[in-house]
Structures are given as structure tokens and as C-alpha cells.
Design a protein around this ligand. Structure first.
Ligand code: AMP
Length: 325
């Protein structure tokens, strides 16, 4: 089980941190993937753009290879049991521990004028999404690790107090380390909302991709053989490893190590490899977005599948908690 907020265009971080694994998992697992529209209200209370954004995220997921016939692909607000479980779990969540959440502290720093209670209890809602399907594996990027810890805490607290209902969910990446795709300016992770010029979006036109990659932060190059790489150079290599062939990476690694690297050439190569990666996805996104009827069918089918699983769990939860009078 996993989800993505409809708060803007999806970028390479969303793809390599999350969607790539969704697509891999759909072959062998019973999967639930949602557009997290309720979560988006914590930071985007204005709903004027919500419909277009929900459609876009759905189309982006499908364009990346997610098959709505193989998985439950749904919209979070269509599964009403989510809100009920969120309420119960809120009674097991302590404000002190939530206030220490890294993502909460980041959001408070970014928007001190909008610190709502929903923002504080974001990890509780996320736990409700996951536990509602008794999910064990949650394909997410590295930034979500702490939220998964909360989901395990609430599962265990619930089980302890009311009896065994939930399995412990874990962040999942096929036994590999969780992914963090860096931003092109070398400052933190690629994200939908921070510097837009430093994120590569799946919807970006070829020329925009080239322009952004050419602006990635580099320097004069190393002056001593086999020097360690500064973080921002490591980031450019990291991005290359996502989309370029092994021979290309080996060439630039060796150019770096013997101090002959030309970052202009490296970025040109990276830009072309990015264009080749993103361009077919962008074309698919645009084709799917044009078919609103299809998107509605996907959402209906997804909500129906997710609701079956949600209702089964919520009946068990009510029974365990003693709501049986
Ligand atoms: P969000 O865009 O915050 O709703 O995140 C949706 C999914 O994308 C989550 O699983 C995140 O962990 C993942 N994600 C977002 N940004 C990145 C990034 N820069 N690197 C890796 N994964 C990311």
C-alpha cells in the first residue's frame, strides 16, 4: 500500500522513490495505491485545483506503468473507512511524539502561518491508510521512513490495547536501501513545492529538461586524483545512475578520478538521457489526461476494490474495540 499527494506535478523523486516499485510490485503482490487527496488538505486547503491535480496524478501513475486492472488504484477520500480509522488511531497518538516528526518540523518552518492539527496528525492519517488494508509492505522513498515507524507504533498500541488486528508495516524497496532523489541545486531532496527549476517533472518538455539539467550545480572539477566528491557532484552522478547506461557512468567516473572531467559534457549527456527517459512518459500522461471518462472508470473500480478490504478491517476494528452493543 502506498500513496502520493495531488499537490503538483510528479517528479523523478516520486518515480524512483515510489512509482517504480509500485509497478514492480503489481506483478506479485495484492496492491493498493491511492491518490492521497485528504493528505493534500494539510498544506493545500484551497481545493480549486484539486480535481485537475487528482486526474493528473492518476494519469501519471498509469503512464508510468501501473495497471488499474492489476491493483486497486483509488482516491483516498472515496474510501470513507479511512476517516473512521484515523479517528480511532488519533486516540492512540500522543502530541509530544508527533511534534518531533521531521516532516512536521520542516512544514512548520516552511509555512508558520498554517500549522493546523491535520498537519500534526499527518502520520496518523498515513497509518490509517496503511493499516486499513493490513498492509505489510509500503513502497516509499527515504523521506517516509519515520512515518512508517509511527504506523508500526500505532499498530502495536492498538493490538496491545484491543487485541491483535494489525500486522506491522515496513517501508519496502525489494531489500534495497530506500531511495532519495536529490534536487538539481544540490540542496536537499527533489520536491514538488520547493525550487521548481531544481526538480525534473514527468510532464517537463524536452527543452525544459535540458535547461534544468544544464543548470545543475557543479564546479571547476577536482584538482587531485581520486578526490572524494562534494555532495552536489555526487548528486549529478546519482541522477546519472538513474537514467544512463553503465558505460556512460564508468566513463565519467574515470574522468572524475583522473581530473579530466568536463561537467558541461557530463550534463549534456545526462540531459539527453533524461529526455529519453521522460519524454515517452510525458506523451502517455497527456494521452490519458484527455480521456476523463476512462479516469472516472479507474477511480470507481479502484474505490470498489479498496472499499471491500477497508470494510472487512473496520468491522474487525469495531469489534475489537468493543463497539458491539
Ligand atoms: P509526496 O510527493 O510527498 O506525496 O510523496 C509521494 C512518494 O514519493 C513518497 O513515497 C515519497 O517518499 C516519494 N518521494 C517524494 N520525493 C522523493 C525524492 N526526492 N526521492 C525519493 N522519493 C521521493
Amino acid at each position: 500500500m502506498s500513496g502520493i499527494r495531488p499537490t503538483g506535478y510528479l517528479h523523478l523523486g516520486n518515480y524512483f522513490g515510489a512509482i517504480k516499485n509500485y509497478v514492480k510490485m503489481q506483478e506479485d503482490y495484492d496492491c493498493f495505491f491511492m491518490v492521497a487527496d485528504l493528505h493534500s488538505l494539510t498544506t493545500h486547503p484551497d481545493t480549486k485545483e484539486l480535481k485537475a491535480n487528482v486526474h493528473r496524478v492518476l494519469a501519471e501513475n498509469i503512464a508510468c506503468g501501473l495497471d488499474p486492472d492489476k491493483v486497486a488504484l483509488y482516491c483516498q477520500s472515496h474510501v470513507y473507512e479511512t476517516s473512521e480509522l484515523y479517528l480511532y488511531l488519533n486516540m492512540l497518538a500522543y502530541t509530544g511524539e508527533l511534534e518531533k516528526t521531521v516532516t512536521f518540523k520542516d512544514k512548520v518552518r516552511q509555512s508558520p502561518e498554517n500549522v493546523n492539527a491535520g498537519l500534526l496528525t499527518y502520520p496518523v492519517l498515513m497509518a490509517a491508510d496503511i493499516l486499513l488494508h493490513k498492509a505489510k509492505y509500503v513502497p516509499v522513498g527515504k523521506d517516509q521512513e519515520q512515518h512508517l515507524e509511527f504506523a508500526r507504533t500505532y499498530a502495536n498500541r492498538f493490538n496491545h490495547r484491543y487485541g491483535e488486528v494489525f500486522p506491522e508495516p515496513y517501508a519496502f524497496n525489494f531489500n534495497q536501501q530506500l531511495v532519495k532523489v536529490p534536487s538539481l541545486d544540490g540542496a536537499g531532496k527533489m520536491s514538488k513545492s520547493e525550487n521548481q527549476m531544481a526538480a525534473l517533472f514527468l510532464a517537463d518538455e524536452d527543452e525544459v529538461i535540458r535547461k534544468k539539467v544544464m543548470k545543475a550545480k557543479t564546479d571547476q572539477g577536482p584538482t587531485a586524483m581520486d578526490s572524494p566528491k562534494p555532495d552536489y557532484i555526487e548528486n549529478v552522478f546519482g541522477l546519472m545512475k538513474l537514467v544512463s547506461g553503465d558505460d556512460v557512468i564508468t566513463k565519467f567516473e574515470s574522468d572524475y578520478n583522473n581530473c579530466t572531467i568536463r561537467y558541461g559534457d557530463m550534463k549534456k549527456q545526462l540531459a539527453e538521457d533524461m529526455v529519453n527517459f521522460i519524454s515517452p512518459i510525458r506523451q502517455k500522461i497527456n494521452a490519458i489526461l484527455n480521456d476523463e471518462k476512462y479516469l472516472h472508470e479507474v477511480m470507481e473500480k479502484g474505490a470498489a476494490k479498496a472499499t471491500v478490504s477497508a470494510k472487512t478491517t473496520i468491522l474487525e476494528v469495531r469489534e475489537a474495540m468493543g463497539f458491539n452493543y
